[in-house]
Ligand binder design. Structure first.
Ligand code: NAD
Length: 367
């Protein structure tokens, strides 16, 4: 089969090493910026103070009110702070919530973003922005939302507790899985996604078992970078749609939903995405592509993450409505998305069944 693809490179500069935060002042200068507004969550003010000290005269101020899903009021307050302080760039130090706030500022002010990610969300590698107004979240893509420079310092992730690191890493793995069967995929993204999956699967159990293992932390953050780059480059499918529905309409926690759904979504798509599953099998170290969904389920177990929707706040009585919502207006997906198919997937996810178990074999035989 001859190749047929479009590849769009992402124009960001990435500095990756233990201790990379030391380069911050040089990297701000390299952006041509002289007045950085530093963004963080309220709990991470100490990081912002440290950044301000490193930047000296190049620090224009700190805005420490970043929160999950970027409420419009928070975005407006950060934009006002940027204008009042005559900032010419933002430095976002923290997880996806903080980086998303920098994106909201960039959309209104054009300020370049220097991101220092401290979780595995991958937000720093995408043009995707999100804003919440009146309880409804709007998302979109805009080149101004792409970080101009990203400093990955694995030392900053040493404090990420295992209970956060595990699901956050599985969230990143989900980007790799869906990138490998994306309708607009390309060879570069395949390389990113496959090595991202390998790095995450190899490192996450060690991150959780030995939180001080800097090599494992480094490999997990490297995997998260690749996962974010894959997420930013191609369209996501059924898994991300389902997680969007479960998070948005039923208030379930973001990374935990990804962790529960990923093995089940992979099982749903397994037979219809054989090339992607073969690559994932190599990445995850399993012999047979059909075992990929179970390997992901086992990885979630190895990082001690919850694997059932009923354990993360879902009500069984809401499964029918979730199936309706997730099968309406579906994203492109390797296997056709049907209401009954999604309902069965949600049943397996609700009870946290291991993919490939007898219930599924029986269902496939009687289908
Ligand atoms: P988060 O940024 O909300 O961080 C969770 C908590 O952990 C915060 O209190 C934070 O201060 C703390 N924290 C962060 N790093 C830490 C560390 N190294 N050690 C100890 N504590 C730390 O969570 P998240 O999962 O990174 O991001 C979720 C948000 O990001 C959601 O709003 C999601 O929609 C968004 N997101 C956006 C994109 C995108 O492309 N735009 C991609 C993924 C996620």
């Amino acid at each position: 089969m001859s190749r047929d693809f479009v590849y769009q490179g992402t124009p960001s500069r990435v500095v990756f090493r233990v201790g990379a935060l030391e380069t911050l002042a040089d990297e701000v200068a390299r952006l041509g910026a002289a007045r950085a507004l530093i963004l963080c969550t309220p709990g991470k003010r100490a990081w912002a103070d440290d950044v301000a000290a490193r930047l000296g005269a190049r620090a224009a101020g700190i805005f420490d009110q970043a929160r999950m899903h970027t409420p419009i009021e928070t975005a407006e307050a950060a934009r006002a702070a940027a204008r009042d302080r005559r900032a010419d760039c933002t430095v976002a130090i923290g997880g996806g919530s903080t980086i998303s706030l920098a994106k909201a500022v960039a959309l209104a002010t054009d300020l370049p973003i220097l991101a220092v990610p401290t979780t595995y969300s991958g937000a720093e590698m995408t043009t995707i922005w999100g804003l919440t107004e009146g309880g409804a979240k709007t998302t979109g893509r805009d080149p101004r939302a792409m970080a101009r420079t990203v400093i990955y310092d694995p030392a900053l992730t040493l404090g990420l507790p295992p209970a956060v690191a595990g699901p956050s890493g599985l969230n990143a793995l989900a980007h790799c899985v869906e990138a490998l069967y994306a309708p607009d995929g390309n060879p570069i993204v395949d390389l990113l996604a496959a090595d991202g999956a390998r790095a995450l699967a190899a490192s996450l159990p060690a991150v959780v078992a030995h939180p001080d293992d800097i090599d494992a932390r480094s490999e997990a953050l490297y995997g998260a970078w690749l996962a974010g780059a894959a997420l930013g480059s191609v369209a996501m499918a059924l898994h991300h749609k389902l997680c969007h529905v479960l998070g948005g309409s039923f208030g379930l926690p973001h990374a935990e939903v990804h962790t529960v759904i990923l093995p089940q979504a992979a099982a749903y798509n397994c037979a219809a995405a054989s090339a992607a599953m073969a690559r994932l099998a190599r990445a995850l170290g399993v012999a047979d592509a059909a075992d990929v969904p179970a390997a992901i389920y086992d990885l979630a177990g190895a990082v001690e993450a919850k694997r059932a929707l009923r354990d993360i706040g879902m009500k069984e009585s809401d499964l029918d409505r979730a199936a309706e919502l997730a099968s309406a207006d579906p994203y492109a997906n390797p296997r056709p998305v049907t209401r009954d198919g999604i309902r069965a997937l949600l049943d397996d996810a609700f009870f946290g069944r291991r993919p490939g178990g007898e219930h599924q074999l029986l269902r496939e035989r009687t289908a």
